[in-house]
Design a protein around this ligand. Structure first.
Ligand code: MN3
Length: 231
C-alpha cells in the first residue's frame, strides 16, 4: 500500500516535471565554454582576466538575462537576436544583460592565440581599403572609437544597411543589433573597452590594450562574417 502510494507520487512528480521542463528550457540562455583555454590569449590578455571576464562577468549577464525573462513571460521563447532587435520593448534588464551575453559570445569567438589570426580575406581587405583608405587607417579609426568611448562600452566594425563598412562605438552593453542605438548594422567585430576587460594587466592604459589586441584578433572569423553579411 505504501509502495503504491510512493509510486503514484513519483509518477505524479515525473509527469509534473515533464510538463514544466520544456517551458523552463525555452527561457534559459547558457554560458558556452571559451573556444580556447583561459591562457590562450596571453600575453595579450592574461589568464586571470579571462577567468574572471568569462566565468564571472559573462556568467552574470547570462544569469540576469534568464531572471529578467523569467519575470516577463511575454519575452520567453525568443532568440537572443530577436530580443535585441526589439530591445526597446524588452526593458533595461534585457538590454543590459542580453547585450552583455551577445557581445561577449561574439567577442570570445573573435579571438585566437597571438599571431594565429591571419589576415583579412581579399574581399574584406578590398572593402576596408574602399571605406577607410587602408588597413592602417581602419585600425586607427577603430582605436579612436575605443579610446573615445567615455566610461564603459564597445567599439565595432559594422556593415551598414547600405553595404558600407563603418566604425562605431556603443555605451554599456548596447550593440549594433539593437533598435535603441543610433546606427544599426551587421557587426563584423567588436572590442570590449570596459575596464574589466583589461584592468588587471593594463590598469588605466586602455590605449596599450587596444594596440596589443590586434595580435589576438582572428581575421578568418571576421572575414567569414563579412562574406555572410555582404552575400
Ligand atoms: Mn566585458
Amino acid at each position: 500500500m505504501i509502495l503504491t502510494r510512493i509510486l503514484a507520487l513519483l509518477l505524479a512528480l515525473s509527469s509534473f516535471s515533464m510538463l514544466s521542463i520544456p517551458t523552463a528550457q525555452a527561457q534559459n540562455f547558457s554560458l558556452a565554454p571559451l573556444p580556447y583555454p583561459h591562457d590562450a590569449l596571453a600575453p595579450v590578455i592574461d589568464e586571470r582576466t579571462m577567468q574572471i571576464h568569462h566565468g564571472k562577468h559573462h556568467q552574470a549577464y547570462v544569469d540576469n538575462l534568464n531572471r529578467a525573462i523569467a519575470a516577463s513571460p511575454a519575452l520567453a521563447g525568443q532568440s537572443l537576436e530577436a530580443l535585441l532587435a526589439q530591445v526597446s520593448k524588452a526593458g533595461d534588464a534585457v538590454r543590459n544583460n542580453g547585450g552583455g551575453h551577445w557581445n561577449h559570445t561574439f567577442f570570445w569567438e573573435s579571438m585566437t592565440r597571438p599571431g594565429q589570426g591571419g589576415a583579412p580575406s581579399a574581399a574584406l581587405l578590398a572593402a576596408i581599403n574602399r571605406d577607410f583608405g587602408s588597413l592602417d587607417q581602419f585600425k586607427t579609426a577603430f582605436r579612436t572609437a575605443g579610446l573615445g568611448r567615455f566610461g564603459s562600452g564597445w567599439s565595432w566594425l559594422i556593415v551598414t544597411p547600405e553595404g558600407k563598412l563603418k566604425v562605431i562605438s556603443t555605451a554599456n552593453q548596447d550593440n549594433p543589433l539593437m533598435d535603441v542605438v543610433a546606427e544599426r548594422g551587421t557587426p563584423l567585430l567588436g572590442n570590449d573597452v570596459w575596464e574589466h576587460a583589461y584592468y588587471l594587466q593594463y590598469q588605466n592604459r586602455r590605449a596599450d590594450y587596444l594596440d596589443a589586441w590586434w595580435q589576438v584578433l582572428d581575421w578568418s572569423v571576421v572575414s567569414r562574417r563579412h562574406a555572410a553579411a555582404v552575400k
